[in-house]
Design a protein around this ligand. Structure first.
Ligand code: PEP
Ligand code: MG
Length: 587
């Protein structure tokens, strides 16, 4: 039966494929594809895991036969029998083999997938006793997974995408595109998916500028977030269509709907190849104003895609992604230096703006020593606040960036800063880091130092900021969040997250105007910069530097080429001053 699930559109395009559903409870299970020659070893891992659990239960059974009925009631022994029976159940074993052999899932993923299939069968049972056996099944699967944590997989790297959306065939071969349907994905999960095969994804939670959505946009695959109970409504292997333009997922589509979306998909591909022709065209407005279109990147290797998309530099390197997925082991100075150097060299002489660590809130480090689980994490110890609380960590990062700056033009960007005391502390720690390198006799380069304008207090203290900093970069994602008191990752208030609110636009407009007055560099690096709906407005307000995901550069460039910046000035001022800027923008 065809049905639609609505959410928030975050990354454009259409994806059609089979659903891979991951529930919230098993987020710690690794998901990756194996090579065909690893099918045997993966099945063996499951077999070894299952046998170990069978032996464990049999040992337990022997122990309880020596106990009296008080310590080991009869029910306990009966329950262990049920567990043994479930472990030997053909449907579990054959199902797991199917996911490994036919879909090339790794063993843990295959087991949890089959567990979900069987759980649904239990849910549908009439008999209450049998329905309750679902919990037993989950327990034995957990035991196997726990045992398997100790048996490493022969595969450590996810394999590359095997087939693209264009290759879609309505058959059941291994190469059918896959789309991910999850309760939630952490930014670290998303990084893993950067190298993976998914053609699109949907999550139950998240808002338009949540970090999951941002990484999705950087993957350039269609995505919908905040789709509430999508991961419960969709079943493993269902055919689904993800419409990243309208924020809808269609489950089990009919042939007519499939044909319609197939057509839309081809149209989008045509549009993409048309835009591609602008790659080598300079971004200059009709009245001759040069506009700088920069890239936002998360990892050093993203520089390749940035150059390919025609970026003239990196306006925001979110360095925190280097720190994720290491189980709490922070990269040391040398590892960071090598990573920054790789990004700088990857940009082949173009400038790179590296932002210091911005973790906390919805970008946690998987480090149990640092507890971010406070009541209001978005207002807590994140970004520069954390760096100032851990000065050794901050100086290590700054030294690595300064050393990398010997290899190209580098700007250093400070996130979430608001107070004059924070500014002075930050700058003196940077001086300290320089002095440490001098003492060690290590070469380093010079950097311009900039601040992000993400907190309204910063946007209202421009004179202080411009006294200390060489340039400013407006982080509209957080600026909107903090101006409107809307959690950017909470889908329940996503309708109130409004870039067009007059207060937000006024803060953006004033920041651009003040920087221009003082002849200081200013750019926008939040999602607004890559949204073509705002290109003309920002140009009219005097912005000449936009930083966005590489995938958005060509569409924004097209807007720039069509704009007459001087003519947009009065109109832009009117939009900002109007009661309903969204309407003025559309009109
Ligand atoms: C922003 O807040 O606009 C920004 C660019 O930073 P991030 O999205 O990484 O918080
Ligand atoms: Mg931010």
């Amino acid at each position: 039966m065809t049905f639609a699930v609505h959410g928030i559109a975050v990354a454009r395009g259409i994806a059609i494929g089979r659903a891979v559903v991951t529930g919230s409870g098993r987020a710690d299970v690794v998901h990756y594809f194996i090579q065909p020659d690893q099918i045997g070893p993966e099945i063996e891992r499951i077999r070894v895991g299952r046998n170990a659990v069978v032996e464990e239960i049999q040992r337990l059974q022997q122990t309880i036969t020596t106990m009296g009925p008080k310590e080991a009631p009869h029910e306990l022994s009966a329950l262990l029998d049920v567990h043994l029976m479930l472990l030997q159940d053909e449907e579990l074993i054959e199902g797991v083999k199917h996911w490994i052999t036919d879909r090339l899932y790794n063993a843990e993923w295959a087991l949890t997938t089959q567990l979900e299939v069987l759980s649904r069968q239990f849910d549908d049972m009439e008999d209450e006793y049998l329905r309750e056996r679902k919990a037993d099944l989950e327990q034995v699967a957990e035991r196997i997974l726990r045992y398997m944590k100790g048996i490493p997989s022969p595969v450590t790297q996810p394999v590359a995408r095997r087939k693209t959306q264009q290759d879609l065939l309505l058959d059941d071969s291994v190469d059918v595109p896959l789309v991910l349907v999850a309760h939630d994905l952490s930014p670290a999960d998303m990084l893993q998916f950067k190298q993976s095969v998914f053609a699109g994804f949907v999550t139950d939670v998240g808002g338009k500028t949540s970090h999951t959505a941002i990484v999705a946009r950087s993957l350039d695959i269609p995505a919908v977030v905040g789709a509430r109970s999508a991961s419960n409504l969709v079943r493993q292997d269902d055919w689904v269509i993800i419409d990243g333009d309208t924020g809808v997922m269609i489950v089990d589509p009919s042939a007519i709907i499939l044909a319609e979306y197939g057509f839309k998909q081809r149209q989008a591909e045509l549009e993409r190849s048309r835009l591609n022709r602008l790659r080598h065209t300079a971004a200059v407005t009709l009245d001759g104003q040069k506009v700088e279109l920069l890239a936002n990147i998360e990892l050093p290797d993203d520089a390749v895609g940035a150059l390919k998309a025609g970026a003239v530099g990196v306006g925001l390197f979110r360095s925190e992604f280097l720190f994720m997925g290491h189980g709490g082991d922070m990269p040391d100075e040398e590892a960071q230096y090598q990573a920054y150097k790789r990004a700088i060299e990857g940009m082949q002489g173009l400038p790179v703006t590296i932002r210091t660590l911005d973790v906390g809130a919805d970008k946690p480090l998987d480090d149990s020593r640092r507890d971010f689980a406070h009541l209001n994490p978005a207002l807590g110890l994140r970004a520069i606040r954390l760096s100032l609380a851990e000065p050794d960590m901050f100086r290590t990062q700054v030294r690595a960036i300064l050393r990398a700056a010997a290899h190209g033009k580098v700007n250093l960007l400070i996130p979430m800063i608001a107070h004059a005391t924070e500014i002075r502390q930050t700058l003196s720690l940077i001086d300290f880091a320089r002095a440490e390198l001098d003492n060690r006799g290590v070469p380093y380069g010079s950097v311009e130092i900039g601040a992000m304008i993400e907190i309204p207090a910063a946007a209202l203290s421009l004179r202080t900021f411009l006294k200390y900093f060489d340039f400013l970069s407006i982080g509209t994602n957080d600026l909107i969040q903090y101006t409107l008191a809307i959690d950017r990752s909470d889908e329940s208030v996503a309708h109130l997250y409004d870039p067009c609110h007059p207060a937000v636009l006024r803060l953006v407009a004033d920041t651009i105007a003040e920087c221009r007055r003082q002849n200081k560099g200013v750019s926008v690096c939040g999602e607004m910069a890559g949204d073509t709906q705002f290109t003309r407005l920002l140009l009219g307000l005097g912005l000449r530097s936009f930083s966005m995901h590489p995938a958005q550069i060509l569409a924004v460039k097209q807007e720039v080429l069509r704009a007459d910046a001087s003519r947009l000035e009065t109109w832009a001022r009117e939009v900002v001053d109007s009661e309903d800027p969204a309407q003025a923008l559309a009109g």
